[in-house]
Design a protein around this ligand. Sequence first.
Ligand code: NAP
Length: 357
Amino acid sequence: MTEKTHIKVLLIGFGNVGQKIADIIVFEKNKFSALNGLKINIVGIITRSKASLVNQKGVNISRALKEIKSTESFLPSNPDFCQMNGCRATEKLDYDVMVELSTLSIEKKGEPSISYVEKSLTRGRHVVTANKGPVAFAFQKLKRLAGENNVQFLCESTVMDGAPVFNLARNNLKGCKITGLSGILNSTTNYILSRMETGESFNEALKTAQEKGIAEAEIKNDIDGWDAAAKIVALSNVLMGADITPPDISREGISKVTPERIKNTLKRNKHLKLICYSKIEDGLVKASVRLEEISQNHPFALVSGMGNILRIETDLMGPIFITQENPTLYDTAYGVLEDLLTIQDHYLPSFRDISKP
Ligand SMILES: NC(=O)c1ccc[n+]([C@@H]2O[C@H](COP(=O)([O-])OP(=O)(O)OC[C@H]3O[C@@H](n4cnc5c(N)ncnc54)[C@H](OP(=O)(O)O)[C@@H]3O)[C@@H](O)[C@H]2O)c1
C-alpha cells in the first residue's frame, strides 16, 4: 500500500536554482527515474521584486515558470498571485519544508534569510538551504533551534553544489574528527583564472560565467573572495564545530590579478588558484582564502574551469579528496532535491512509500 501524500514545500527565491528545480520536477522528471519517489507540492514561491505565488493546494509550477521566463515576473492575472514577503510566508503559510534559495548578503550578515530560517525552524518546519548566508553567519544558533524543535536544517548545495560533502561527512566519516579542510570552492574565480591562462581577458571570462548562471548575483561576492570565504566558513561551522563568520577570516580575491601575473606563473610551471583553508590551531578553527601558486603535479592544479575540489583531513583516516567537474545548475538543484528526499524518507515518515520495507 502506498500513502499518496505530498510534502508541502515553500520556496523562498525563484532565480536560477529555483527555476531549475521547478523545471526538473515538472518537465524533466521522466528523465530522472530515481526522483520518482519524491512527492512535492509547492505551496508558495516568494521573490523579492517579482511578486509571489501562494496556493495551499499547490501552485501551478509550469505557469509560474512560463510567466517568469517570458516576463521576468509573476502576473497579476495568475490566480495565485500575491505580494507576500518571505517573513510573512514563513510565519503564516502551512508547509512542511522551507527551501531557502535567496541571495547571499554579506553586508546584511546573511539577513533576511537567517530570519526566514529561524521562523521556519521555530514553527517546527524543516529547512533546506542552498543559500550560504544562514550557514556562514548563524549555523550554531540555527542548529540548536532545529534540535530544540526536532526538525532538520540541511544545506548540501551551499558548498560544491550537489556534490555530497556534508552527506559524506555525516554518513560516512562517523568516528572521525575532521581536523583540516582545503580546496578550490568558488567556480567563477577558478573559471576566470583558467580562462586567463588561455589568453582570455578577465571581463570576457566573467561574462561567460555569468551567462552560465554560476556567478553570484552580486559579482563582488565571487571576485573579492566572499563566496569562497562563506563556503570555507560554512564547512568549518558544520564539519569542525566552529562558530565563525566570513568577515572573521583573512581573505583575498582575484580582482587584482593581471594577465602578466598569470603568464609569469605559467612560466614557472605553476597555476594561480584561489585556495580555501581551515585548520585547528591552538584549539581554535582558523580559516582563510588565499591566492596561491600551485605546482603542476598538485591535485588542486588539475582542477580547471568551473571545477571544485575539497581535501578533507581527519584524525583517524587519511586525507580524502572530493572533486567536481564543471558543475551546472543541475548539480545545485540535485543537492536541494537530495536534501528533500532525505527529509521525506527519514524525517517525515508518513510520506514514505509504506509498501517498501
Ligand atoms: N547558481 C548556482 O549555481 C548556485 C550554486 C550553489 C548555491 N547557490 C546559491 O543558491 C541561492 C540561489 O542562487 P540563484 O543562482 O538562484 O540566485 P538568483 O538567480 O539571483 O535568484 C535569487 C532569487 O532569490 C530572490 N530573493 C532575493 N532576496 C530575497 C528576499 N529577501 N526575499 C525573497 N526572495 C528573495 C530573488 O528575487 P528577485 O529576483 O525578485 O530579487 C530571486 O528570485 C544563492 O544563495 C546562491 O548563492 C547558487
